[in-house]
Write a protein that binds this ligand. Structure first.
Ligand SMILES: N[C@@H](CCC(=O)N[C@@H](CS)C(=O)NCC(=O)O)C(=O)O
Length: 335
């Protein structure tokens, strides 16, 4: 009896493992990728008036779609709050979470595998200029608006504790509620990842009346998350990012990708599938990177278009420059 129960349990465990190892096939059969994003964060993931999603995190899902379907549009977006973002990944409601999510040990253990770092960020503060505060270290006694279910809340507590300062936290479930509360004067400061401060600042009626303070109080490596137990899918998502970084490193862009197919550089020939069978090893086609770059762009193009110095957010590449340009973005080689 006991043995039968153990056996049944083992078989159940096995079938769950097999079922969860089928994401690439499931996505292909469904004809679309299901991608979890934020509920609206300009530059990162935001729907326009017609419901078309745009942004840095959105483009990452479009790149996966391009690699699989040779079409950047085969993606369905699920807007998720910070608090509720992980459950749909576990339950199979989404295939990938691409939503300004910080890679931490407990999330890595509890919720899935982080497929790399798409954006190296850190937490900061925004205050009204009228407050005449020049440093986060002058915020003793301040009230601070933030969002629940984030690393932001935890770092806020650490920062004030480490500097023996007092504060009052006022936390909300959505980004809109948080920024509105700050704008209406309910809190002295607004805190989140700096990239999101730039984004949320654009929602303020008088953005020029507010300033982002110089301190970066934490490490926020933001990256896409996939379910545990499906190595093939983990590899597809991970190598989509690495393909985009390698394309930038070798100067392969949306504009010149067709020309680059004629290159005699070995790295470029492998990247674009002219030599080798790297796409096939992932369960994709030989031209997977050509598709990504042609339909979505290389990493630098996606960064610049959505959040870069020339975009509305106006963020400089900083740490997110390639390692060859003084940054820390570094992709393993395709070989
Ligand atoms: N990177 C942090 C913060 C992520 C986060 O959710 N930030 C808020 C602050 S602006 C946000 O993106 N909200 C958008 C939303 O809830 O849709 C984390 O992973 O916990």
């Amino acid at each position: 009896m006991k043995r039968a129960i153990v056996l049944a349990g083992l078989m159940l465990g096995l079938s769950v493992a097999v079922a969860s190892a089928q994401t690439l096939k499931a996505v292909k059969d469904r004809g679309a990728l299901q991608c979890g994003v934020s509920q609206g964060l300009m530059g990162f993931s935001n729907p326009d008036d017609k419901g078309n999603w745009t942004g840095f995190d959105v483009d990452f899902c479009r790149a996966i779609s391009a690699a699989i379907f040779n079409d950047a549009g085969k993606v369905k977006f699920s807007p998720l709050s910070a608090k509720d973002r992980f459950e749909p990944l576990k339950s199979g409601g989404i295939d990938v979470l691409s939503r300004n999510t910080t890679w931490t040990l407990s999330r890595d253990v509890s919720y899935g595998n982080f497929a790399g770092v798409t954006y190296y960020d850190g937490q900061g503060f925004m205050v009204r200029k009228a407050l005449k505060v020049n440093s986060a270290l002058e915020l003793n006694g301040a009230s601070v608006c933030t969002q629940t279910g984030t690393t932001t809340e935890l770092n806020l507590a650490d920062f004030f504790r480490a500097n023996t300062m007092k504060y009052e936290v006022i936390a909300f479930g959505t980004a809109d509620e948080t920024i509105k509360a700050y704008e209406s004067g309910r809190c002295d400061a607004f805190t989140t990842d700096v990239s999101q401060l730039y984004s949320e600042k654009l929602k303020l009626a008088n953005a020029a009346d507010h300033v982002i303070l110089p301190e970066i109080i934490s490490k926020e490596p933001l990256g896409p998350l996939v379910r545990h137990g499906d190595d093939q899918w983990f590899d597809v998502v991970k190598w989509t990012l690495y393909a985009m970084l390698n394309a930038e490193e070798y100067g392969v862009s949306q504009k010149n990708v067709d020309e680059a197919l004629k290159s005699n550089q070995p790295e470029i020939r492998r990247l674009l599938g002219v030599e080798g069978n790297f796409g096939e090893q992932l369960g994709l086609t030989k031209d997977w990177v050509v598709r990504i770059v042609k339909l979505v762009g290389n990493y630098g193009e996606v960064f610049e278009r959505n959040v870069g110095a020339g975009s509305r957010l106006g963020i400089s590449r900083g740490l997110n420059r390639l390692w060859t340009k003084g940054g820390i973005q570094y992709a393993p080689p395709i070989r």
